[in-house]
Each structure stands twice: as structure tokens, then as C-alpha cells.
Design a protein around this ligand. Structure first.
Ligand SMILES: NC(=O)c1ccc[n+]([C@@H]2O[C@H](COP(=O)([O-])OP(=O)(O)OC[C@H]3O[C@@H](n4cnc5c(N)ncnc54)[C@H](OP(=O)(O)O)[C@@H]3O)[C@@H](O)[C@H]2O)c1
Length: 214
């Protein structure tokens, strides 16, 4: 059975949402993950092709991606999964996208820009809530306001988080804050800036968090 793209981590919370959205738009995802039972259950439920492979062995991953045009990685924390999948995508000429918000992961993938160019592939982390949508919003506002010289983006919400986001947050506990200054990531104290912002319901206390941007 042919597929438009492969979703790795397809049976996790975010992967399942991506699969359901893809199907509702008439796309044909290939489902994949490291445990056979949940992949097979999901593949049976949605009548999708599937693959089961873990990320320990580069040749196994490359074999599984050899005929795949686009990989959507929803398996996080991405500190463990991005590197082996990106390496395999470079080897197999597969475009790579993921939903990470981990800025260190985004930076490591950005360092592979030349390799991606040589391999003729796109490496685009952060297509979930973080990064790509907020960059698109920033680009759109910059287009509307060409005279503007600075932009401040604030996010309200995020009081409930998914299991995978909680794991990524726990991984980051104890880490300092971070900002990008003159193109480089610099460490700063946690919540180094605080202020009140009115999102429409009156002023709310807010603080800075590391947020992946390009
Ligand atoms: N940017 C955004 O908008 C956004 C939104 C929500 C979540 N996220 C991120 O997406 C990631 C997933 O979140 P979630 O809530 O969907 O988590 P989840 O429900 O726990 O699902 C995680 C998936 O990743 C797989 N996985 C984890 N580590 C793996 C590894 N080392 N090798 C292979 N597979 C692995 C899990 O497989 P097993 O069950 O077999 O362990 C599972 O399929 C998190 O990093 C989270 O921060 C991003």
C-alpha cells in the first residue's frame, strides 16, 4: 500500500492527532513506531500501512525510510529521537519534519543545513505549536507592518500539557533559561524577564521561557 508520508511515534498523543488530521484531509499516512502492538492496533483501526522499528540501529532506520518521501517525527523527547531519524533522512533523501519545541534540538538540526542541501532534503523541525507557526505569524505581521523594528510575541494558555511535553519539561528541569542574541543562544536565569500582559481579559503575570525560533 502506498503512503504520502510516514508518521513516526504515530500512536502517541501528538502522533495520533496528526494521523487523524491527515486522514480527515484525505491523505494516506504510513504509521510507525517502536512497539508493534500499538502500531498494529492503530493500523487496523484506520486501515493504514504500518512499520515497526526502533531507533538503535542506523541501517535498520535507513532501510525503513528508503522508500519514504517525507517523515513526520512525533516521537519525543526529541533529544533521543531526532538525531537518528535526521541522520537516516540525510542518507535516504527523505524530507524530515517534527513537532519539537526543544531549542537545542532545533539548533543541532540547523547546523546540518549544508548536509541537507547536499542531500537535497528539507530538515524542518518545530512544525507543531512552536516555531513554524510562530515564525509564520511573525513574518505575516512584519509584512503588514514594514516600518516596525521589534516584535514581541506572548502566549496565553498551556495550562494542560500532554504526557510527552511533560517528559520534555522534566528533562529540562534545572536548566537555565536561554535567549538568542546576535544569532547565538546565550544562557540566562530562568524566567529572566517578567511583566504583566493583557491578552484581552485584563493584565496577567507572564515570564520568559526558552522558545524555539529560527
Ligand atoms: N510543538 C508542539 O506543538 C507539541 C505539542 C505536543 C507535544 N509536543 C512534543 O511532542 C512529543 C510527544 O508528545 P506526546 O504528548 O505525543 O507524547 P506521548 O503520548 O508520550 O507519545 C510519545 C511517542 O514517542 C515515542 N517515543 C518516545 N521516545 C522514543 C524513543 N526513544 N524511540 C522511539 N519512540 C519513542 C513513544 O513510543 P512508546 O510509547 O513506545 O514509548 C510514543 O509513541 C513531546 O516531545 C512533546 O514535547 C509538541
Amino acid at each position: 500500500m502506498s503512503a504520502d508520508f510516514l508518521v513516526y511515534g504515530s500512536y502517541g498523543f501528538t502522533g495520533s492527532l496528526a494521523v487523524e488530521q491527515a486522514l480527515s484531509r484525505g491523505l494516506s499516512p504510513m504509521l510507525a513506531g517502536r512497539r508493534a502492538e500499538p502500531v498494529e492496533r492503530q493500523a487496523t483501526e484506520f486501515d493504514c500501512p504500518h512499520r515497526v522499528f526502533s531507533l538503535e540501529h542506523p541501517t535498520v532506520i535507513a532501510d525503513q525510510l528508503d522508500d519514504v518521501d517525507v517523515l513526520l517525527n512525533c516521537a519525543g523527547p526529541f533529544s533521543s529521537t531526532a538525531e537518528p531519524l535526521v541522520s537516516a533522512c540525510l542518507a535516504t533523501g527523505t524530507d524530515y519534519i517534527d513537532v519539537t519545541g526543544e531549542y537545542e534540538v532545533i539548533d543541532r538540526i540547523a547546523d546540518l543545513d549544508r548536509d541537507a542541501e547536499q542531500a537535497g532534503v528539507t530538515l524542518l523541525p518545530g512544525v507543531g505549536f512552536d516555531v513554524v507557526p510562530s515564525d509564520c505569524l511573525a513574518a505575516s505581521i512584519a509584512g503588514e507592518l514594514p516600518e516596525a523594528t521589534t516584535l514581541e510575541l506572548a502566549i496565553d494558555g498551556g495550562t494542560t500539557i500532554s504526557q510527552g511535553t511533560a517528559k520534555a519539561l522534566v528533562e529540562g528541569l534545572g536548566s537555565p533559561g536561554a535567549i538568542r542574541q546576535d544569532g547565538r543562544i546565550e544562557h540566562v536565569p530562568v524566567a529572566s524577564k517578567r511583566r504583566q500582559i493583557d491578552f484581552g481579559d485584563g493584565p496577567k503575570p507572564t515570564m520568559t521561557i526558552p522558545w524555539g525560533t529560527s
